[in-house]
Design a protein. Structure first.
Length: 268
């Protein structure tokens, strides 16, 4: 417990940590489920240190100490490597809980992570009734985008801007991330326009997402979560395929799983 003058009440705080394949994200909430701090750090090959650093940075941002946090729920590929957690939770459940809290009308979620993409179907009460994960390889994921950016000698933050400039996107046909990367390198060696190449890559990702959505019998409303969801061009192309609007969360989509974990922490 801690007294905050600006809130003029005693509040309890809980935290969610999403320790994925490349980044660690933390969300701290108060007893009203309001987000009071977020933090993100690259794993750097050491999930234990990254999770500790990310948690400490979130506490510093919220002007809190670790003793002020009642529970910490961890989610993600590297969640078992966090020693200071209270509990672990399923990634699918945390994504669903966080997204549904932000947009209660949601029925379908697409999570675009570093290594995997997931389509999640909810019922009218927000319960997960079906989900699919892209199997076989990381094509269409954040890691795939990073490989493509490296092949094009382009900063990954420029992908969105440059894709939107293309008038003739080039088709990327390979489903495997390694072969797709080789296809991109081939197009570069053929002196194809890099703007058209990157537009073709983002189009292919949108097509893969669309295929996942069909497998869970998608329904409105739909939201994108995860780091790749910040690539607006992919969202635009997917909206064209779906012929419907994709809802915008009120927080960065990269924090939604951690937010869901913090909500579970508040219920322990």
């Amino acid at each position: 417990m801690i007294y905050l003058k600006k809130k003029a009440s005693y509040l309890t705080f809980n935290a969610g940590l999403d320790i994925g394949s490349c980044y660690c994200k933390c969300v701290v909430i108060n007893e009203n489920k309001e987000i009071i701090a977020t933090s993100i750090s690259p794993l750097g090959g050491n999930p234990r240190n990254a999770s500790k650093l990310t948690f400490e940075n979130a506490l510093k941002s919220a002007n809190l100490k670790s003793k002020n946090i009642k529970n910490i729920v961890c989610v993600g590929r590297n969640r078992k490597k966090v020693s200071f957690k209270s509990h672990e939770e399923s990634e699918i459940k945390c994504i669903a809980k966080g997204a549904r809290e932000l947009i209660p009308s949601l029925r379908t979620i697409v999570d675009l992570g570093a290594l995997t993409n997931k389509a999640i179907k909810l019922n009218s009460n927000g319960k997960v009734v079906d989900y699919v994960i892209n199997d076989k390889c990381a094509s269409g994921s954040g890691m795939f985008l990073e490989l493509v950016a490296k092949a094009l000698e382009m900063d990954i933050s420029d992908i969105d801007k440059k894709a939107k400039m293309s008038e003739n996107p080039l088709p990327i046909t390979n489903q495997c991330s390694i072969f797709a990367e080789s296809e991109v390198i081939y197009l570069v060696n053929e002196s194809k326009n890099e703007i058209d190449i990157i537009a073709g890559v983002t189009n292919s990702i949108a097509n893969r997402i669309y295929s996942l959505l069909k497998r869970v019998n998608m329904e409105k409303d739909i939201i994108l979560t995860g780091g790749v969801a910040n690539t607006n061009y992919i969202k635009l192309k997917l909206e064209e395929r779906l012929n419907m609007e994709i809802k915008e969360p009120t927080i960065s989509p990269i924090y939604i799983a951690a937010f869901g974990a913090s909500l579970y922490a508040s219920e322990i």
